[in-house]
Design a protein around this ligand. Structure first.
Ligand code: ATP
Length: 280
């Protein structure tokens, strides 16, 4: 993996702080990065615990994808330190995971705010769709909260470019079954249309204040339910217009689902109407 100048940073410019959490590869720390121009930014530093050459390659593949992304609602990569101990440095979003934030703020968040989060995630995914990238792990645990008005899609650990092949055939076993489209469960087939299905599940999580989808089922039971036509029900606080979109995201046939471009237009309109209702 080679890094362009924009993402080459030196360890001496980073002050490491407390642990934020445990990532798949190792601890994630809070810290401060001082850029060559002297500007200070709060950062999250991902570390890699048992970093053999093979593990290191997997660990760095997420940063490798992220370095080409530039969107207001996608987690921003600041840089990578390639010499051991390997670090991935990202912009810090101090409110943490959207899932936890929804639980903490459930009595304060308005429908308009929740719809805005959906719209922002949808815009990030429309951007990825335009780059032929599939995310494959869209869930509130992978969205970070920058402020009450701004969320960022993160965790590109499972993301892939689908360039030439029209879909990505996954080989990983650590898959989020309860978020996955039927063709992903059955054939490990991942496309922008399967991302649309997962986005629908993520919207369901947002309006359910981060309940786990299908928590009443075992992973092994999910596909049978989906194939007999069962879908997640409308959360109480979810507007019927939004639930109408979700049922389209959960069409069994991938080509019957809306695209992210369409979804952005629909969510924008719904968000606008909710803001007007709030000020009435
Ligand atoms: P997994 O694959 O299990 O999700 P991971 O390797 O992707 O793990 P993360 O979940 O991204 O690791 O990070 C671990 C913890 O660090 C999480 O609790 C997350 O909230 C926190 N964290 C990661 N990145 C950031 C960030 N940019 N800003 C704030 N907190 C972050």
């Amino acid at each position: 993996v080679k890094y362009d100048d924009k993402h080459r940073i030196s360890r001496g410019d980073i002050v490491v702080g407390r642990i934020l959490g445990e990532g798949f590869f190792g601890e994630v720390h809070e810290g401060v990065y001082k850029s060559p121009s002297g500007e200070r930014t709060r950062v999250a530093i991902k570390t890699c615990k048992d970093c053999s050459a093979e593990v290191k390659e997997k660990f760095l593949s997420e940063a490798d994808l992220m370095k080409n992304l530039d969107h207001p609602h996608i987690v921003r990569l600041i840089g990578v330190i390639e010499v051991d101990p390997v670090w991935i440095v990202m912009e810090l979003y101090e409110h943490g995971e959207l899932g936890n934030y929804l639980v903490e703020q459930q009595y304060i968040l308005t429908t308009a705010q929740l719809t805005q989060y959906c719209l922002q995630i949808c815009k990030a995914l429309a951007y990825l769709e335009g780059l032929n990238m599939v995310h494959r792990d869209i869930a509130v645990r992978n969205v970070l909260v920058a402020s009450a008005e701004c969320v960022k899609l993160g965790d590109f650990g499972l993301s892939r470019y689908i360039d030439e092949q029209e879909y990505y055939k996954a080989s990983v076993s650590r898959l989020p079954i309860k978020w996955m489209a039927p063709e992903s469960i059955n054939f490990r087939r991942f496309t922008s249309a399967s991302d649309v299905w997962m986005f629908g599940v993520c919207v369901w999580e947002i309006f359910s204040m981060a309940q786990q989808p299908f928590f009443w089922l075992e992973n092994g039971q999910v596909i049978n339910q989906l194939e007999s036509g069962v879908r997640l029900q409308k959360p109480q606080t979810c507007p019927p217009t939004i639930y109408g979109l979700l049922t389209r995201c959960w069409a069994y046939e991938p080509h019957s689902r809306p695209t992210f471009g369409e979804l952005v237009r629909s969510f924008s309109e719904i968000h606008k109407m909710e803001l007007e209702q709030e000020t009435d």
